[in-house]
Design a protein around this ligand. Structure first.
Ligand code: ZN
Ligand code: ZN
Length: 134
């Protein structure tokens, strides 16, 4: 499949030409702390399927072999690689796809590190916009 995406400010754009190997919602503490969000959705592709088409990412070593690639202007996290654990693979933060609905997630991973209340997050009251003001 062909997927385009990029960061919030538009300085970095990428294109994917290939099939996703998996697509998972990661609850690990590294993803949480780097993103500032309860979890991160990762779509995994062969590295040569993912090309940056505009701008350049900044790289952060979030662990011994883990590398996180983000836009230095707006901070959006885009890619992850790990030459030791995932050689030849690029993980893409699928929420940065132009159309994030194009590829549904298949699983939750690293739930051993999940925030406790996230297990039942889908049971919380839902509002199309904001709760009614009284
Ligand atoms: Zn940006
Ligand atoms: Zn993670």
């Amino acid at each position: 499949m062909k997927i385009a995406g990029g960061c919030h400010c538009g300085a970095v754009r990428y294109e994917i030409n290939g099939e996703a190997l998996t697509h998972a919602l990661c609850h690990c503490s590294d993803c949480r702390r780097h993103s500032g969000a309860p979890m991160v959705a990762w779509a995994m592709f062969p590295a040569d399927a993912v090309k940056t088409t505009k701008g350049t990412t900044k790289t952060y070593a979030s662990s011994a072999d883990g590398r996180r690639y983000f836009c230095a202007d707006c901070g959006t996290g885009l890619f992850y690689t790990n030459a030791a654990i995932l050689p030849g693979i690029t993980d893409v933060q699928s929420a940065t796809f132009d159309d994030p609905n194009v590829l549904p997630a298949h699983a939750h991973i690293q739930t051993a590190e999940r925030i406790g209340w996230m297990e039942a997050a889908h049971d919380l009251p839902m509002f199309e916009r904001y709760p009614p003001q009284n």
